[in-house]
Design a protein. Structure first.
Ligand SMILES: *[C@@H]1O[C@H](CO)[C@@H](O)[C@H](O)[C@H]1NC(C)=O
Ligand SMILES: *[C@@H]1O[C@H](CO)[C@@H](O)[C@H](O)[C@H]1NC(C)=O
Ligand SMILES: *[C@@H]1O[C@H](CO)[C@@H](O)[C@H](O)[C@H]1NC(C)=O
Ligand SMILES: *[C@@H]1O[C@H](CO)[C@@H](O)[C@H](O)[C@H]1NC(C)=O
Ligand SMILES: *[C@@H]1O[C@H](CO)[C@@H](O)[C@H](O)[C@H]1NC(C)=O
Length: 491
């Protein structure tokens, strides 16, 4: 019979303090002849190999390794030995787990906005809980000395109405007296100031089409230095032939608008932006435009009808329009009516209409339209042409001759547009080729040369003048001299 030695078991350590994240191992040694050597966790469960718990068991020795300890691992661990007869003995080890002083992801710098309540975060943990003290410029922050400062229950430092002057490095120091543990982090605190914009001059004047330039200036302050952009009609302006963008010392930003045109007038804005905010200011450009007559045409009117002459002018400000009759220098302003009531001017919004009723031939000629504004004037001329039905200029309508003697019958006509003149005898039109007849044509005049050959060639000749306004005729009489002449002369 084999005599068994009494079973005994022991663990290398009996009380262990371990900080979170540390690893540790324990050796359980058995004396006697154990058939099993097993570990039990604080919950009384048998430990099996896992990721964070490793077991290396030989006959009389077992090693338990705890990797990366967590708070929940704390408690009493037992090592149990069992012999052939089922008899068990145990040893235990007390595992205490504490949290070391740890700063959790403390940011630096921490940024705040001017005027707000800043909370500088110092997230520190330990078990037991740490004592936190804040320092600024090597001096402890106490509420007695710093009325706007307060260390919160969560260890963060609260600053009321933070200003640029509060900027700097703050030290968060944490300690655990029980272990004599102490540590700190330095946190840079940054105070951002929203942009403030100002302008020297808000409204600008310029005249279009004189290659003029205008420069707007916006002055900015703020922290960090704001970025300045320029806008017009909801669009950001980019440097171009038209726009020059400049940034000078002292937060001065400038926009130069070149080669000013009418369309450049209106509202512009500069906008300053930084991470604390943005501000926008409006600037105005007033563009003056010299008066310019854009529409004035020659007019042709029919005698006796009404003529309407219109003149259209642009400009900023809109010009006043007046008329001048070149023949006598007479002027007509808006709302004027001539004494005889025939000339009348009506205008509005850059357009003026001169109405002449009962147009006469004497109205023919040049008229000047003049557009005048505070900044200048422009003048243009037009011609009034008058059309009328042909008029006969002579009342010499009786001619005398005798057989074989040529005579010139002259039909003198005034007309506009020029008239076509026809000679008729009874129902027949006289043409080149009519026997004994010749037609000599000149401007406004037609001469019929008749060489009477028989009685039949004496009598009425009809001169017809026609233009697009109408037709007129005049009768001529070719009388036989010697027969009638003496008689006519006597009568
Ligand atoms: C721009 O013109 C207007 C109108 O003539 C005038 O009242 C104003 O003073 C001018 N502004 C500047 C900045 O010249
Ligand atoms: C208007 O009439 C004048 C005189 O007849 C002429 O010199 C001028 O060319 C005309 N203008 C136009 C635009 O027809
Ligand atoms: C004929 O012509 C003359 C001179 O042009 C003028 O004085 C006279 O009144 C005219 N007579 C008629 C009847 O038209
Ligand atoms: C008639 O007028 C034409 C043209 O002017 C001239 O050539 C001719 O000799 C004149 N005839 C008479 C008879 O005067
Ligand atoms: C002359 O001619 C016109 C048109 O052809 C006619 O209307 C008129 O009656 C004529 N005059 C005479 C006296 O024949």
């Amino acid at each position: 019979m084999v005599v068994l030695a009494a079973l005994q078991v022991s663990i290398s350590l009996n009380k262990v303090e371990l900080s979170v994240g540390e690893s540790k191992f324990f050796i359980c040694t058995a004396i006697g002849e154990p058939v099993r050597l097993e570990w039990y966790n604080p919950q009384g469960e048998r430990i099996v190999q896992s990721k964070r718990m490793a077991l290396h068991t030989e006959t009389s020795r077992s090693r338990l390794i705890i990797y990366n300890a967590i708070i929940e691992d704390a408690g009493i661990y037992r090592c149990q030995a069992t012999d052939v007869s089922g008899h068990t003995v145990e040893a235990s080890v007390v595992l205490e787990i504490y949290q070391r002083l740890t700063f959790r992801d403390v940011q630096s710098p921490q940024e705040f906005r001017h005027g707000e309540t800043a909370e500088v975060v110092c997230d520190v943990i330990s078990s037991p809980v740490p004592v936190v003290v804040w320092y600024y410029q090597d001096k402890e922050i106490t509420e007695d000395h710093h009325s706007r400062f307060q260390v919160l229950a969560n260890n963060n430092l609260q600053i009321h109405q933070v200003t640029k002057a509060d900027e700097g490095v703050y030290r968060c120091e944490a300690s655990v007296e029980a272990r004599g543990e102490i540590d700190f982090v330095d946190i840079a605190m940054v105070v951002n100031v929203p942009p403030v914009l100002s302008v020297f001059q808000q409204s600008f004047n310029a005249t279009a089409d004189y290659q003029e330039s205008v420069t707007f200036t916006c002055i900015t302050s703020g922290s960090p230095d704001p970025v300045v952009t320029w806008h017009r009609k909801a669009q950001q302006l980019e440097p171009s032939d038209k726009y020059i963008l400049n940034r000078l010392e002292g937060g001065r930003s400038m926009l130069t608008i070149r080669n000013i045109r009418q369309a450049d007038g209106g509202t512009y804005s500069c906008k300053a932006t930084n991470k604390a905010g943005s501000q926008e200011r409006e600037l105005f450009l007033k563009v003056f435009v010299q008066p310019h007559i854009t529409q004035l045409r020659n007019v042709t009117a029919v005698e006796g009808s009404a003529a309407m002459i219109s003149c259209v002018a642009e400009g900023e400000p809109l010009p006043d329009i007046s008329w001048r009759r070149a023949s006598d220098g007479q002027s007509f302003m808006d709302g004027d009516k001539s004494r005889d009531g025939r000339f009348e001017v009506r205008g509005r919004h850059g357009k003026s209409v001169l109405t002449i009723s009962g147009v006469r031939l004497t109205d023919l000629g040049r008229f000047d339209c003049e557009a005048q504004s505070r900044i200048g004037g422009h003048q243009k001329s037009m011609f009034l042409d008058i059309e009328y039905i042909p008029k006969f200029l002579t009342n010499h309508t009786i001619y005398y001759s005798w057989e074989g003697n040529p005579v010139n019958i002259s039909c003198d006509v005034m007309s506009n547009p020029p008239a076509t003149i026809l000679w008729r005898r009874e129902r027949f039109t006289i043409s080149e080729g009519t026997p004994n007849m010749h037609i000599h044509s000149a401007d406004g005049k037609s001469v019929l040369e008749v060489t009477p050959m028989s009685d039949r060639d004496f009598g009425r000749y009809n001169c017809t003048a026609r233009n697009n306004i109408g037709v007129r005729y005049q009768d001529f009489i070719l009388a036989q001299a010697g027969e009638c002449a003496p008689f006519l002369l006597v009568s």
